[in-house]
Structures are given as structure tokens and as C-alpha cells.
Design a protein around this ligand. Sequence first.
Ligand code: PLP
Length: 398
Amino acid sequence: MELNVKLNENFGRVAESYLFSDIAKKVKAYSAAHPEKKIIRLGIGDVTLPLAPAVISAMQKATAEMGEKETFRGYAPEYGYAFLREAIRRHYENFGVCLSDDEIYASDGAKCDCGNIVELFGDNEVLIPDPVYPVYLDSNVMSGRRVRLIETGPENGFLPSPDGLDGLDSKGYVIYLCSPNNPTGATFTAEGLKKWVDFARESGSLIIYDSAYEAFIFDDHPRSIFEIEGAKECAVEICSLSKSAGFTGTRCGWTVIPRGISSGGTYLYKMWERRQATKYNGIPYVVQRAAEAALSPEGEAQCRENVKYYLRNAKTIAAMLDEKGIFYTGGSSSPYVWMKCPGGMTSWEFFDFLLDRANVVGTPGAGFGRCGEGYFRLTGFGSAEATAEAVDRISKII
Ligand code: PLP
């Protein structure tokens, strides 16, 4: 039936996302035509290793508690149980960031928080790097926000910088940053991030910092924006256990909103609390106990082994590109390797070339924004054996 209800017209402005369905269609057609070929997928953005033993035993224990009258739990607190907020606070202490438990809001993941936080803002200009994790752009377009894309490319290592942005005045912007980045794997140094913090403080802007891949950092790159002086005045941080602890199917993340951030006398954390209390029910108790275990010293050590496994795969890919002299970003501090397509191929030409000649599947960079054209994303989330074989096949044809 045709309704007389007005719909949100902004949805008509969101670009249809055909990327992963187009990839699936092409792979299906190729497999049907060549059933004898063994296809290797290096385009996976999901984890493949199982949950750590410490996480599993915490889940089992919590599940048993839910089956006893004395220890059964109903609705969870909207912002997370105290034990989880405390475990997240302690996690930040590992890299020298001091937070208070009540600045931490647990959730069922970074994607939801990235999308939901848009509700807190009015009609600001939103700055989003290109190429980009599509959720920032799409959720702002769905809400009718004015978006300005910040181009990145090989000249700045695919890391956006406020230097040289034209036409910006001193209005406050909402700025999205992600480091280590999806899709480029590019990771901010403290100096690079400090430029954004300084810019935000000078212009009265707010940075939304996505640190979903912080666990892939093993050197002195910042794992949190709050390692940068002044960030607590101008940044919120959104993080996740999806990639660090394999929680893509288990679901747990969090948002940190420093207490002092306000605009027009209204505190941002109060708006988030109001929003979450109204629209969100919190994460299941069993999952919160699992998350607590993933963040415990034992759990963190086990999870870091899985992260190292993915990193070794990414390094195997990067080493091949080094040997071939092909430009890339990522490959360290990230499961992603973002490579220039050889021979001037477009992203989709290289996709077809790799599928046809090496039977390897990756992700065309053009699917992440205009600046991704001519680039290609490979990931370390597969098995070590399959990655080594794929790399061997690719190195023979490029
Ligand atoms: N942020 C980035 C940059 C991501 O790449 C992803 C997932 O791929 C997410 C957030 C989503 O994380 P979650 O699984 O916690 O929703």
C-alpha cells in the first residue's frame, strides 16, 4: 500500500552500497565458470580465529550464573556494569591514559556508536577523510548533515591533515578520524594527531576518533587520542573488541566522552547518557563478563597473540609489495594493506586481473571513496597458509 507518511528524504541521498555484493557476484560467476580453481579470499574484513580461552571460560561461568535464581540478572545498566567500565579504564592505563569509569559508555559495538552519535549534533559542517570506513559518511548523510570530504593520497600517506584545507573558517566542525585506518591501514604518529587536536581546540571543533584497530599497534604510535595533550577538551573516542578480541559476532565496544566537553553550556556526556538511557538496553551480562575477561591481563595476552597472527599475515603481503617496489600503506600496526594497483589499473580492473590470473579476491579501493580509485585493500584476516599461497600467486603475476 502507498502510505501518506513522509519519509526521511535523506535516505535517497545515501549512495547505494554495492561493493560487497558486486564482489560476491563476480566471485560466484567466476567459480561457476571455473569450478576447478581454488579461490583465496584476501578481502576479508572479519576475524577468523576463535575467541580466547579466558573469554570462553568467563562466558561459561556467566551463563551458569544466569541459570541460578541467586545470580540471575535482568536488564543491564545502560552504560555498562561497573566491572566492565572499570576493566576498560584499566585497559587505557596500559598505554598511560587516565580516564574515570563514568566517562566510559559500553555498547554493542563501534559501528552503532559511530552511527548513533550523529544524533547529538546540529547543523555543523562535518569533515570526513576520503577514502573512509563508509559508516561515518552514510550516517551523516542519512541525518541530512553537510559533509566535506578531506582528500588523502600517497603524498600524505593517506593520512588527513588540517594543513592546507581551504575555505575553513573558525566555525566548529565535527571531524572523523580513524587510526589505524580502515581501509588504508595508515596510522597517525603523535605529531600528526596533535595537529588535529590543536586545530580542534583553536576552532572549537569536536573530533570523533575511531580506535577500533588500536590493538594492532605494538610501537610508539598512539593507541588512543587521549595520549595527545589537550584531546580531552575536544575529542570523543569510539573503540571495539571486534578486531582486538574477535568479538565481531559477540558484540562489545565503547565510547569515551570526557566530562568537560560542552557546547552552549550543554555537556556532551549528558546528551549521550540521555540518548542511551532512552534508546538503548545495554549489552547482555554474559557478553560483558566475556569483555571483562578479554581485557584482563590473561585475556589481553591471549587476544594479542591472535592480533600478532593477523599482523604476520599483513607483513607477508607487505614484504611481497616491498620486493616488487609497489607503493602501499598499512601492513604494520594494521591488518590492512592498501596497495597501488600496478600498471595504472583501476581498482576494479585490478580486482578482475587478480581474480582471473591468481584466483585471489581483494577489495577495490574505489568502494571506499573517490580517492580510493587506483588502490586495492588486502587483509591479514585469513589463515597464514592461504595468505602465503595468495602472496606467492600474486608475486608471479605482477
Ligand atoms: N570502525 C572501523 C574503522 C571498522 O573497520 C569497523 C569494522 O569493520 C568498525 C568500526 C565496527 O566495529 P564493531 O564491530 O565494533 O561495530
